[in-house]
Design a protein around this ligand. Structure first.
Ligand code: ADP
Ligand code: MG
Ligand code: MG
Length: 908
């Protein structure tokens, strides 16, 4: 049988326990569409509908509106007919109308990125039919006003005009509420709702100059095109950039029969998770609202109720609500609709087992019947991610490899951030309590608008509730605080996805946007005031709270142990001090891939000797200064070797242009002149002499060691003597001496000769010896091309992909800030090559260098020590290129270890 894909269909139907697609077609149908189809197959009640593929979106971007609509029109009409048959109602019919929702859905879930329109198909006549059919006038008019509101916002661009304005439709509602002395949407009468519809349409006409569209088919096409457009909207583009998702993925459009949660006390809507998305705890949880539709829960308009009794009790404790009041006013779904709860509980269990991962689901109850509207692998914090993987592994739902693949390497970063110091917390002044929406510790200065989050280095974004427009600011802020909304509100979901600390629904906060202030009881806090958030408890604390470094323990440690089992690619660290080396070793680093020696020279007591060395006019003068530096360097190396006990340590000889070490300010120049008993002019001359037009391509790297061999001699001596000293103490040191910036074979040979010669001299003096290696940094394109030659003498290569990228592209890394952002914006570059290794170009040089080097010396040790060494995609590339190790900064070591294991699992 021909499958749907062979036929190149643009539209895939689902519903009634069958579907054209399934969850494997995620790229084509988007996550939402693929899972709706899959749930249909599983016999889970989803309202009938269809998905317009992501390919259509891509075509739309190329060919425009008219051609696209013409292309898919017949298929869409047929698919609508299919819904009509299943639901027994007709789209646009005045007596028995079918209403639909139009929903976006990319291949990865982008919460709140794309806009959804509900109740589509209503107009002044259809609304009367809906009222008569359901015998529920209030519901019909409530649906109509919601439709105009959503369609107006999403499709017709009816958004607030300035940032302290509220939504134009909300404004009309607020006015009416004031006039009628009511507080809740549910208190509107039928007459009120009819007035709202009239006023809404009037507002649309005034703002857009056009009447609100009355023809259901016009409405449908308008909404479909709006979904396609939203793929290129600011929010979506920003989110894609944040996650490096390519623009050509496109979004699918899901059209689906409406089910109504707003039909009264026996109806409702909610969101639930099979496990706790904040902590990973294995408890079913979620929130719901009675007599409400879709977005109401997430938008934080009303504070929702808990789904389970346990969740409700926990909530009541935080909210200081007693048991009697809880049962009366805030019952759980489990208590309020036990039958529905049982059914929902069964589905969540079934879905988690089916997808073998934590699920995040949406549901609606229409007059006592449960419908599932969405399921997806739930967003979670780094801590929850690790716990869930370990728990699923222990319950045997997944195996070790699957557990490792369930993790997103970059999210481990969250586990490496500081947490509040328990001692400081004891003294903290808690001013209010919200919901622990996303764990973590945040201290910062208050801001009240998302676009002002960058105003302070550390800011806390405080909002009544957040909306998708706030995404960028939420990303910049250190923490997020909202007065309204529950654990599944926009703020909470997005914050957990970002791994950002968030406290939501803190009802005691009275936020005044115009005054840029926040009142709690009698106390007022202004923009710029410091506060702290504890995302794990929901505490809001006055002022700053001290933090401490986290450690690798518990489930995190278990996962890290597991990575060793599946990764032959080793992970080393870039560390210049014993302190960094120890941090990295505790995170599991298997050696040092790069110690930069120059940083050691910047310390106060050394910079003077260093400058003296640079300013010296003669070899003798230079040697004198170097003698002063020798014992200091030796001590540094002893410290590092000791910290790494028996693990390999790659030490790079002096690399940066000397110009970086000399003083550029008059005062310091004077000081130096006095210190060295030379004239100020002499100092000035020397500084001028050292200045270069293009220092990155100037007198640096092995060019220093080859013009001033005594520097290489001194550094080699320091390394070898340090290793011998440790040997005497019974500690094994494994130095690997690395020559920087080699471009020709002779450059390498010359340095190698000095290094081996000096080492031999020290061995003779001490009548003792150690093993050591001599290798080179591969960072000049030419060197990678003659790698076979260099490998004749080199024991190892280490790709310095920062410089290699710089020189391959011809981009100065220090100046790239002027054009890189524009290139990224225009799509001339898809990612920053200094961040993500350019596999297409620079990657070839890594491959060539490795291949040619190993042709000469099959067991040549090859690694990478650029910033890329801790970036998951680049680590995967290194694994596939058969490197021996990657090296990255200490805090990226766990990320690189996981990436290395994943690369190996994926390849096998
Ligand atoms: P998002 O991706 O932002 O979650 P959705 O398309 O999932 O957007 O829809 C937003 C809200 O509308 C959700 O709560 C969803 O359950 C609800 N919804 C979508 N389609 C329907 C429908 N056909 N009937 C009832 N509610 C719906
Ligand atoms: Mg959704
Ligand atoms: Mg370099």
């Amino acid at each position: 049988m021909e499958t749907a894909q062979d036929l190149k269909m643009n539209v895939y139907k689902f519903g009634n326990k069958t579907a054209d697609g399934n969850s494997k077609l995620r790229n084509l149908l988007g996550g939402k569409g693929a899972n709706l189809a899959e749930m249909s197959w599983l016999g889970i009640p989803v309202p009938a509908g269809f998905t317009i593929t992501t390919e259509v979106c891509t075509k739309y971007n190329e060919y425009g509106e008219e051609e696209t609509i013409a292309m898919i029109k017949p298929e869409v009409e047929e698919a609508i007919k299919n819904i009509e048959e299943i639901m027994g109602s007709t789209f646009g019919d005045k007596e028995n109308p079918l209403l639909i929702s139009v929903r976006s859905g990319a291949r990865v879930s982008m919460p709140g990125m794309m806009d959804t329109v509900l109740n589509l198909g209503l107009n002044d006549e259809v609304v009367l039919g809906l009222a008569a059919k359901t015998n529920n006038e209030r519901f019909a008019w409530d649906s109509y006003r919601r439709f105009i509101q959503m369609y107006g916002g999403v499709v017709l661009g009816m958004k607030p005009e300035s940032k302290d304005d509220i939504d134009p439709f909300e404004e009309i509602m607020e006015h009416l509420k004031e006039k009628r002395h009511i507080e809740l949407d549910t208190e509107f009468t039928v007459q009120d709702l009819q007035d709202l519809v009239y006023d809404f349409k009037d507002a649309v006409k005034k703002r857009t100059g056009h009447d609100f569209p009355t023809d259901p088919w016009d409405q449908l096409w308008g909404a479909v095109i709006a979904v396609f457009n939203s793929w290129n909207g600011d929010r979506a583009v920003y989110y894609r950039k944040m996650h490096n998702y390519p623009a050509d993925w496109g979004t699918a459009v899901n059209v689906q029969a409406m089910v109504y949660g707003n039909m009264g006390e026996n109806s409702g809507t909610g969101v639930c998770f099979t496990r706790d998305a904040g902590t990973g705890e294995n408890v079913f949880n979620g929130e719901y609202l009675i007599d409400a539709q879709g977005e109401d829960v997430v938008a934080g308009v009303r504070t929702p109720l808990q789904i389970t009794k346990l969740g409700s009790e926990r909530w009541a404790e935080l909210a200081k609500v007693d048991e009697e009041e809880r049962i009366a006013s805030y019952p759980s779904l489990e208590e309020k609709m036990p039958e529905i709860f049982k059914e929902l509980d069964a589905y969540q269990d079934k879905l988690e087992k089916h997808y073998r991962d934590m699920q995040d689901m949406e549901f609606t109850i229409q007059e006592g019947k449960l419908w599932i509207l969405q399921t997806r692998n739930g967003k979670r914090t780094g801590a929850a991610m690790v716990k869930i993987a370990i728990d699923l592994l222990k319950s045997k739902m997944i195996d070790e490899k699957e557990a490792l693949l369930l993790l997103e390497p970059n999210k481990l970063d969250e586990l490496l951030h500081p947490v509040f110091d328990p001692k400081a917390l004891k003294r903290a002044h808690v001013i209010a309590q919200g919901l622990p929406a996303s764990p973590g510790a945040a201290t910062g200065q208050l801001v009240f608008f998302a676009d002002e989050a960058g105003k302070y280095k550390n800011s806390i974004l405080c909002r009544i509730e957040t909306s998708p427009e706030d995404l960028e600011g939420m990303n910049i802020a250190k923490g997020i605080l909202t007065a309204r909304g529950g654990m599944t509100s926009h703020a909470a979901v997005v914050a957990r996805g970002m791994g950002k600390c968030c406290v939501s629904g803190a009802g005691a906060l009275k936020i005044n946007y115009k005054g840029r202030s926040l009142r709690v009881g009698d106390k007022v806090y202004h923009e710029g005031d410091w506060i702290s958030l504890n995302g794990s408890t929901g505490n809001i604390i006055e002022g700053k709270v001290a933090t401490v470094e986290p450690e690798l323990s518990g489930e995190f440690a278990e996962i890290m142990d597991l990575t060793n089992k599946y990764s032959k690619l080793k992970v080393r660290t870039n560390a210049d001090t014993p302190k960094d080396a120890i941090v990295a070793k505790n995170f599991g680093a298997q050696g040092i891939g790069l110690t930069r020696t120059e940083h050691m020279f910047f310390e106060v007591d050394r910079i003077r000797a260093m400058r003296e060395m640079i300013l010296a006019e003669t070899v003798k003068g230079r040697k004198h200064a170097l003698e002063e530096l020798l014992p200091m360097q030796r001590k540094d190396f002893e410290g590092i070797f000791e910290a790494m006990e028996g693990l390999p340590v790659t030490i790079r000889l002096l690399d940066p242009p000397l110009h970086e070490f000399v003083p550029h300010q008059l005062a310091t120049q004077k000081e130096l002149a006095e210190d060295m008993h030379i004239s100020l002019q002499a100092v000035k001359n020397k500084v001028a002499d050292l200045s270069e037009f293009n220092p990155m391509l100037g007198h640096r790297g092995c060019r220093l060691g080859n013009t001033y061999p005594e520097i290489t001699e001194m550094q080699t001596r320091a390394i070898i003597e340090a290793a011998l000293n440790l040997k005497e103490k019974g500690i094994e040191a494994k130095p690997e001496i690395m020559i920087p910036l080699v471009g020709t074979y002779a450059e390498f040979l010359e340095q190698e000769r000095i290094i081996r010669g000096t080492a031999q001299q020290v061995f003779d003096e001490r009548n003792d010896s150690i093993e050591f290696m001599v290798g080179t940094m591969m960072e000049i394109p030419r060197a990678t091309l003659i790698a076979d030659k260099i490998a004749e003498r080199a024991d190892f290569f280490s790709f310095g992909t920062n410089d290699l990228t710089q020189m391959t592209y011809g981009y100065s890394r220090d100046d790239a800030g002027k054009f890189l952002p524009i290139y990224l914006d225009k799509g001339i570059l898809t990612s920053d090559p200094f961040e993500i290794l350019d596999q297409e170009g620079v990657g070839q040089l890594v491959e060539i260098g490795t291949e040619r080097g190993r042709k000469t010396k099959p067991n040549l040790k090859v690694g990478i020590c650029g910033e890329h060494g801790g970036e998951p995609n680049s680590v995967e590339f290194c694994y596939n290129t058969d490197l021996d190790y990657v090296s990255c900064s200490p805090f990226r070591v766990p990320i690189a270890r996981l990436s290395a294991a994943q690369a190996q699992i994926k390849a096998s």
